[in-house]
Design a protein around this ligand. Structure first.
Ligand SMILES: *Cc1c(COP(=O)(O)O)cnc(C)c1O
Length: 339
């Protein structure tokens, strides 16, 4: 058996999703003629109570476009030090937006209004202009930790008061919604931009959608073109996203249950120092000082279990659509045999 716990990006489209893709009505989306792309953008915008959406090839692109829309050169972006926009987007904030970054140290990636307020620069020519706050929900490096809308609301108020834009990297926002029970529609009022990945827990092969006001999306569309992200008959890909939204949201609870089972099992193993509390579909754990993460990953690989290191002594498991109950049981059995 092969169990792939490296990431929720490794899922492959099933037969029904592929059928939805084959049957999509498409057109040239650069000419604004692809009705399936329009349907996907409208569907998500309505769901999150935002004015408009823009389908892009990746979450990196939706995040980078949003940052470009919400900053000017010499501005500063405020985010947690774990943030994907800072760590895993290749230095894109500097390259695309010529802005600097102010890093905060939140609770497993989650910020508070107090943390943010202390780092907003005064208006003074020495300082870059604080213009944008980026939150991530769920937080990848936080072990899938999430914010409730109630926790986000005071951050939203602070941003309004201080004239800062607020963007959400919601690569795994549906995992957060399943966990918290918050309504998607509550998000629209809080954020200037929301990026949603279709290719993570939702299980589509490609794509992310940026949600924002009509005005921002018009600007975003131009930036997408400049970045080379204008796609032609993209409806084939959008159809997979629509299928995923219709069929793969509620089932995410399974992934969370599987992650919780792995957490319990890992916590009972003597050579594991710490497991970050599991909230959604990510399990990050730290090995005893005697063990080395890359060695542990190799050992699991020999047993057919694929996972990634997440630091010298840390390992990450991610559960998803293509990790079945049997695969989780197999993993639990194999873990028990390790020493
Ligand atoms: C995956 C991910 C993204 C987007 O990554 P792409 O690989 O460009 O789609 C953005 N933010 C977070 C937190 C992610 O996990």
């Amino acid at each position: 058996m092969i169990v792939d716990l490296r990431s929720d990006t490794v899922t492959r489209p099933g037969k029904e999703m592929l059928e939805a893709m084959i049957n999509a009505r498409v057109g040239d989306d650069v000419l604004d003629e692809d009705e399936t792309v329009h349907e996907l953008e409208r569907k998500l915008a309505l769901m999150f109570n935002m004015e408009a959406g823009l389908f892009c090839p990746s979450g990196t692109m939706t995040n980078q476009i949003a940052i470009k829309c919400f900053t000017q050169p010499m501005d500063e972006v405020i985010c947690d030090e774990t943030a994907h926009v800072y760590r895993y987007e290749g230095g894109g904030i500097a390259f695309n937006s010529a802005s600097s970054v102010r890093l905060l140290y939140g609770d497993r990636g989650r910020l508070t209004p107090e943390l943010i307020e202390a780092e907003i620069n005064p208006v003074d020519l020495h300082y870059p202009k604080s213009s944008l706050v980026v939150l991530e929900n769920t937080v990848n490096r936080g072990g899938g930790s999430c914010y409730t809308l109630e926790q986000i609301e005071p951050i939203y108020h602070l941003c309004r008061l201080k004239n800062l834009k607020l963007h959400l990297d919601g690569a795994r926002l549906f995992n957060a919604l399943i966990k918290t029970g918050d309504k998607a529609s509550g998000y629209g009022a809080m954020f200037d931009g929301i990026s949603i990945c279709l290719s993570k827990g939702l299980g589509a092969p490609v794509g992310s959608v940026l949600l924002a006001s009509e005005e921002t999306i018009a600007k975003a569309k131009r930036i997408r073109k400049v970045l080379g992200g204008g796609m032609r008959q993209a409806g084939f890909l959008a159809a997979a996203g629509i299928y995923a939204l219709d069929n793969h949201v509620n089932r995410m609870q399974n992934d969370h249950d599987h992650a919780a089972l792995l957490e319990t099992s890992l916590n009972s193993l003597p050579f594991i120092k710490k497991v970050l509390p599991v909230e959604t579909n990510i399990v990050i754990f730290e090995l005893d000082d005697r063990y080395d993460a890359s060695h542990f990953v190799e050992k699991l690989k020999d047993l057919g279990i694929k996972c990634n290191t997440f630091g010298k002594q840390k390992i990450r498991f991610v559960t998803h659509l293509d990790v079945s109950e049997d695969m989780v049981q197999y993993t639990l059995d194999q873990l028990k045999k390790l020493h």
